[in-house]
Design a protein around this ligand. Sequence first.
Ligand SMILES: Nc1ncnc2c1ncn2[C@@H]1O[C@H](COP(=O)(O)OP(=O)(O)OP(=O)(O)O)[C@@H](O)[C@H]1O
Ligand SMILES: [Mg+2]
Length: 322
Amino acid sequence: MTAVASATGTIEPHDDPGSNMNAPEAASPLALAARGIGVSFGGLRALDAVDVDVAPGEIVGVIGPNGAGKTTLFDCLSGFVPCEGRVWVGGTDVSSLPPHRRARAGLGRSFQDARLFTSMTVLDTLRVACELDAHRSERRSTARALELIELFGLGPFGNKLIRELSTGTRRIVDLACVLAQAPSVVLLDEPSSGIAQREAEALGPLLRGLRDRTGCALLLVEHDMPLLLGLAERVYALETGTVIAVGAPGDVVHHPEVIRSYLGGDPAAIARSGDAVVVEPAPAQERPRKRAAQKATPPRKAAAPRKPARTKTATPKRARDG
Ligand SMILES: Nc1ncnc2c1ncn2[C@@H]1O[C@H](COP(=O)(O)OP(=O)(O)OP(=O)(O)O)[C@@H](O)[C@H]1O
Ligand SMILES: [Mg+2]
């Protein structure tokens, strides 16, 4: 059993989530939809019957303790790991397509370790990323690279070599490379990992601005809870390969299953953490287009704006990799 958010934002039990493999019904195609995603590594069931929906322009978070299956889910959605289930990008069934063809369909992915050529400048790096689009001339690639430099606030770094950049700035260049292909949805796996606190704090406004200006939807794995909860409009919580809750960020982090999955079943630990973390849910934002309903099933209507409230919660503790 898993749990889904109803249209009113409350979380309700839901049986057999992965049984419907039909294309999701929605007024307009979802940026990304997946049904019944499952994968086993030997005897380990890493993902089981996972459904995911991301509406156009929506920012959706994925949380879960280490080993929950978050990166594996991204590997399955982007085609790097063969899996059960089906995946649609902008309404197109990409389930049988390799990663580069899913990218062409509009699915971008940034990796935890930005793999860039360290002896190239930022401008050249972005120019090459833009040239990967076979239809773009050199002049148009340069123009697009300059646009990306402006969009990502990379102006002061345009002529710097990649090796001269901080980890945080490299990650932003990597993200700009992903955006060079004008994706409709981007998967971001722990964008704040390994970067300085100041750079992590700048990521929230940067990612939201990116969504607002391009309309690109984001599916974001992040252990930095303030960052994730300040950005995401809906959150999926994974534990041992299954979705245990999905809904509005404030509801999901209060969900008893989610608290248990981070803190274990020890009531003393849960009680101790109750006052430990204060979370500011995301204030209602101007949206670039119609928002999705807060549902696990395909969204069909605009969600009611949530009243921002200062919430004390036994929020999952920051659980970084080693
Ligand atoms: N290629 C693989 N072969 C075998 N087991 C794997 C493979 N990839 C992932 N796993 C296992 O699948 C489970 C889910 O791993 P995954 O990396 O998706 O977790 P995660 O939620 O991303 O964790 P983290 O928060 O630590 O990044 C883990 O038990 C992991 O050891
Ligand atoms: Mg991971």
